[in-house]
Design a protein around this ligand. Structure first.
Ligand SMILES: C[S@@+](CC[C@H](N)C(=O)[O-])C[C@H]1O[C@@H](n2cnc3c(N)ncnc32)[C@H](O)[C@@H]1O
Length: 358
């Protein structure tokens, strides 16, 4: 399985590790287009009118059904296919043009000067925004605790294999989002539980990918870091030269994107975990899987946002014959520090287990 990823990666590798300056990405545009996973629209039901009163509306909850998730994932997959590669190629063309224009600065026409300015702005807009150096001590501690939770849950999922009679002896693999400082990768590897080849990352910034790879001073093998969005990296690739992690069985995921938009989180979850084959394979999920996700925006609507993401995950779990369980209700059971908070420094993070629904 890993060989196919490696093969695909090798042909794409020269592009990804080219020594060109960091290209920008049209990530935001891409994500806007990918934002298909909205929950079913909130419906309002009219209540019977009492004399002299305005009609009252009662909001029903916004739950995404299995059919909706499947159809949205289908649409999103079509959009994702080849997207990382096209984005990269576009960025390379932009860099080439910037280099060309910068080389002829003295002789540029007004139009060319404006073009150069515009191209530089596009590049700067999409530079990595995640800057752990700006974190307060409390926030550093918050992130550390959640990385510990990730390690503990990976251990738990590994241990559950025996409980679930899973005879596989393959090492567990994990997928996560990481910043340029590789804090999550360090937590996993320093714990001694995983070696670097079991850790897989996608990042939408080439500079961060480079920093995470051993060739750039990071901890991870080249082929374990994809320059792509998480959803793209977890979607099967239809192009030979676009690598994907879709055929790697992951025991734990940490979707720590720190965004505020729930459909993006659901997008990552469906690309990773939704079973949508028709007819469905026998629901014989025997492996416990951990899923963590973060939301930025502190307390604003965070309860509703968590609910929306967790309800979608419950539907996704059902497609696998599994049920969901909220880890942080009982952290000690999983070896997680008992006082771990869900919110800190404007970030919300939680952990869910998918367990066989016997
Ligand atoms: C919040 S940081 C991860 C922090 C890390 N888990 C830790 O504990 O230190 C998220 C990183 O992933 C990138 N990112 C966010 N959403 C992403 C997505 N959907 N796909 C790929 N990269 C993403 C961000 O640019 C950033 O580099």
């Amino acid at each position: 399985m890993r060989r196919s990823v490696r093969r695909a990666f090798r042909s794409f590798l020269p592009l990804l590790i080219s020594s060109r300056p960091t290209p920008s990405s049209s990530f935001q545009t891409t994500f806007t287009r990918l934002s298909l996973l909205r929950p079913s629209s909130s419906t309002s039901t009219f209540q019977p009118l009492a004399a002299g009163r305005e009609p009252r509306t009662k909001s029903t909850s916004t739950t995404t059904t299995e059919e909706q998730l499947i159809s949205k994932e289908e649409q999103a997959r079509i959009l994702r296919t080849g997207q990382a590669k096209h984005r990269f190629e576009k960025a390379v063309r932009r860099e080439d043009r910037i280099t060309h224009l910068e080389g002829a600065l003295a002789t540029l026409s007004n139009a060319e000067q404006s073009e150069l300015e515009g191209l530089r702005q596009v590049r700067d807009t999409f530079e990595e925004q995640y800057n752990p150096e700006s974190f307060s001590e409390d926030h550093v501690e918050f992130k550390k605790l959640h990385n510990q939770a990730f390690v503990a849950l990976t251990q738990y999922c590994q241990d559950q294999r025996q409980v679930n009679d899973d005879t596989t002896t393959e090492p567990v693999n994990v997928f996560f989002l990481d910043g340029p400082d590789g804090c999550t990768a360090s937590a996993l590897i320093d714990s001694g539980l995983l070696n670097p080849s079991q850790c897989y990352v996608a990042n939408r910034h080439l500079s961060t990918c480079q920093a995470l790879r051993t060739s750039g001073g990071g901890l991870l093998p080249e082929e374990n870091v994809l320059y792509a969005t998480a959803a793209e990296a977890l979607t099967p690739s239809e192009e030979d030269d676009s690598p994907s992690f879709s055929d790697i069985p992951f025991s734990a995921y940490y979707f720590d994107g720190c965004g505020g938009f729930v459909p993006h989180i659901i997008d990552m979850m469906t690309s990773a975990l939704l079973l949508r084959d028709d007819p469905k394979p026998p629901l014989a999920a025997t492996t416990t899987i951990a899923v963590g996700f973060s939301l930025m925006g502190g307390n604003k609507n965070v309860i509703e946002k968590e609910l929306e993401a967790c309800r979608a995950l419950a539907v996704i779990a059902r497609t696998r014959g599994m049920r969901t369980l909220h880890v942080l209700d009982d952290p000690e059971k999983y070896g997680i520090p008992p006082d771990i908070p869900k919110t800190g420094g404007g970030t919300f993070t939680t952990w869910i287990l998918l367990e066989p629904d016997n």
